[in-house]
Design a protein around this ligand. Structure first.
Ligand code: SAH
Length: 276
C-alpha cells in the first residue's frame, strides 16, 4: 500500500481564547493526527485534542520540537506544530525552514508544509486598548537569549528616533529584569514623559490585565513574561481610557469632511504646515 504523504501544519493559535483563533487554525488542528507544542499552548487548545496524539514540550526544547515535527510528518502523519499568536512572529516557523534547509529538503519532498496565520500578541493587545497601531509601528523582542543586547538596543534607538509606535515582546522574565529599564531610558531621550504606554498581560486569557499609563510611569507597574508593552508615537493620545494613534486625517481634512485649503484629495500631502 502506498503510504500517504506527510503533512506539516505550522499553526498560530492566536493569543489564547478560541474565539480569536481562525477557522483555518481550528481546522488544521482538527485534521491532524499529532499536535506538538509548548505545554502552555497545548493547554490552551486542549478542548480540540481529544483522540489525538499530543507532544507537549518545554520552552527550551524548540530545536528538538521542530525536528520531531518534521521527522514524524515525513513518515506520513499529519502533524501540527502550534505557536501562540502567529507562528511566524518570534515563533517556530522560521526554525522549521532553517532545519528543512539544513537537511536538504526541496519543494515537493515530504512533508508538505502548510502555514496558518494567527493573531499575534501585538494585534490582540492593541484591540484591548483602542487604536494604538493606526500609524507605522514595529515590534522588538527584548529577549537576548538568541540576539545580542547591543543589536536590540540599536533597534530600540532607531525605532524611537523614527517615531514608530513600538511594541515590546518578551519585555521581562525571571532572569531578565534590567532590559526594560534601559529601554525606558533610551525611548525617553526621544519622547515626552507623557507618551502613552499600554501594558497588556495575558490578552484573551483568564488572567487578562490591562494598564494604560505613560512613559514616565510604566515601570512602576507589573511587567512580566506574558506582557506586551505598546509605546505610543509622538502623536498618540489617551481618550476615555483608550489609546489612539491618529492616522493623519486632520493634516488634510476638517471634521466636516471639507478639504483644508492647499491640500488635494488622493494626492500627496502638501507638507508646509504638517505635523505628522
Ligand atoms: N508568536 C507569539 C509571540 C511569542 S513571543 C505571537 O505572535 O504573539 C512571547 C511574547 O509574546 C510574550 O513575552 C509577550 O510579550 C507576548 N504575548 C504572547 N501572548 C500574549 C498574550 N496573550 N498577552 C500579552 N502578550 C502576549
Amino acid at each position: 500500500m502506498k503510504r500517504k504523504k506527510g503533512q506539516l501544519f505550522l499553526v498560530g493559535i492566536g493569543p489564547g481564547h478560541e474565539d480569536i483563533m481562525t477557522p483555518a487554525a481550528l481546522d488544521a488542528i482538527k485534521q491532524s493526527d499529532l499536535v506538538i507544542g509548548y505545554k502552555t499552548y497545548i493547554k490552551l487548545v486542549k478542548n480540540l485534542l481529544e483522540g489525538k496524539e499530543v507532544i507537549s514540550a518545554d520552552m527550551t526544547e524548540e530545536i528538538d520540537r521542530a525536528r520531531k515535527a518534521i521527522e514524524l510528518a515525513k513518515q506520513g502523519q499529519s502533524v501540527t506544530l502550534i505557536s501562540s499568536g502567529d507562528v511566524g512572529v518570534y515563533g517556530m516557523s522560521g526554525l522549521v525552514f532553517e532545519i528543512l534547509k539544513e537537511t536538504g529538503w526541496k519543494n515537493g519532498d515530504a512533508p508538505d508544509i502548510h502555514l496558518v496565520p494567527g493573531i499575534t500578541a501585538m494585534n490582540a493587545c492593541a484591540s484591548l486598548v483602542g487604536a494604538p497601531l493606526t500609524h507605522d509601528y514595529c515590534c522588538i523582542s527584548l529577549s537576548d537569549l538568541l540576539t545580542p543586547w547591543e543589536v536590540i538596543e540599536k533597534r530600540i534607538n532607531a525605532a524611537a528616533m523614527a517615531d514608530f509606535v513600538i511594541g515590546l515582546y518578551n519585555p521581562k522574565s525571571k532572569h531578565r529584569t534590567e532590559q526594560i529599564t534601559k529601554v525606558q531610558k533610551i525611548i525617553s531621550e526621544y519622547r515626552t514623559p507623557h507618551t502613552p504606554v499600554a501594558l497588556v498581560k495575558n490578552a484573551y486569557r483568564k488572567k487578562e490585565h490591562i494598564v494604560i499609563t505613560d512613559l514616565a510611569h510604566f515601570l512602576e507597574e507589573e511587567v512580566g513574561m506574558l506582557t506586551t508593552v505598546i509605546i505610543g508615537n509622538s502623536h498618540t493620545f489617551i481618550f476615555e481610557n483608550y489609546m489612539v494613534t491618529p492616522r493623519g486625517y486632520t493634516n488634510k481634512y476638517q471634521w466636516d469632511g471639507q478639504i483644508i485649503k492647499g491640500q488635494t484629495r488622493a494626492r500627496s500631502l502638501v507638507v508646509d504646515e504638517v505635523t505628522s
